[in-house]
Design a protein. Sequence first.
Length: 449
Amino acid sequence: MNLRWSILLGSLCIIYPVAGGDRDEQDTLLTLHGAVEYAINYGLSMRVAVNRRQSSAVDLFTAREALMPTARATLSTTGQRSLSSSKASFSAGASVGTDYDLSPSRFLYYRAGRNRSIAAQYDVDQQRKDIASEIILQYVKTVGAKKLIEVEEQNVEYQQRKLEEIEALFQQGVKAKSDVLQQKTGVFEARSRLLSAVQEFHRVKFTVLDILGLPLSDRYRFDTTAVMALLFCFSADTARQPLAPSQETDEIAAQRNRVVAAEATLTGSRYAYIPSLSFSAGWSASAEGRNAGSSAESLTNGGGSSSLHAGASLGIPLFDKKQRWLQVKNAGINLQTAQLELERLERAFMLAVERAELDDAMALEQIAVATVRSEAAQEALQATEERYAVGASTFIELNAVRSNYTEAQSALVQARFDRISSRIVLLQETGRIDQVIALINMRPAEKRY
């Protein structure tokens, strides 16, 4: 087993053996906390964002090192022999020097690299929140689909019991054949609804497994504890209060830093027209002799000649085939693009928050409507069953009322889980998805239900 699966089984899953039969397979219970943690740490999108941050960190290091002086050391030796005589001579030398270029553009390029590095970190934070929000939403939808299956299963059981009762009465001659056929139709319709609910459950379940990169298998089960905590939390009265959005999301903060980086790059490109200063200093020594040993000994003992030197130069840019002009032009275009992207993100942020608030308010109202409808359907079903028992209501009326009751129950379950989803989207759009993550990460003893 590779490291990835070892970490998955250690931090994400709780293993339970499958009951019955000789199967050696095991069901794996996925927790919401483990799913979020695994998606954040090992998701493909997250790894791409981390690699981009590392690349920007390398660029920043390169820009910082460009501000430092350069140093060099040289050791040299030469020898020569005359062809007309047997005389030979050797020379040896050593030098140490340093150079430093004072250019305003380098400081600005370093500033641009620093802001790009900050932007990359904001991108990582935003990606982490996006991944967490997506996996939480899909996990909630999966648990909601599972709850809808339970509602449909109860309806199938009810319809099956009614069918058995009517068949027994038919055998006694109390009910007609049409009543039996009508009830069988109700059983088949209930099973069809159950099958649709099961299909929807598998669809959203496989979506979660696909995000996590896990095999699309039925052996994974979902823990509902954290989702029920979210359901209770978001159904509280305090959830009715609108959220004040944060000043900016991590995505906007990242783009704002890119604008600053583009401004620094443009200014640095313009400063390329300014003359640059270069400073150099060093020491050198040399010695000559008739053989290599005497030259080295003379150099070591201070013989020969040595000197210190220092200098400064002023580099004046003249003609460079318009390369500086092209750099300035390109930097200006990049700055305008970054500013337009920042404006687009800010407008999209405001629009997304407005839509999320409207959807959240609508989801809250849908819960109220579904609750009233469910209560009314339950009362109607109870009254119809009492009338049917005394012969005051037909079997067709009872089936219709029972169908309305099942639909009302399903609508109530769906409305409650839609409320969780809408609240998560609102928190994500306002830059507060960490509140949901913090609630999920609480230990059971810390939760207040």
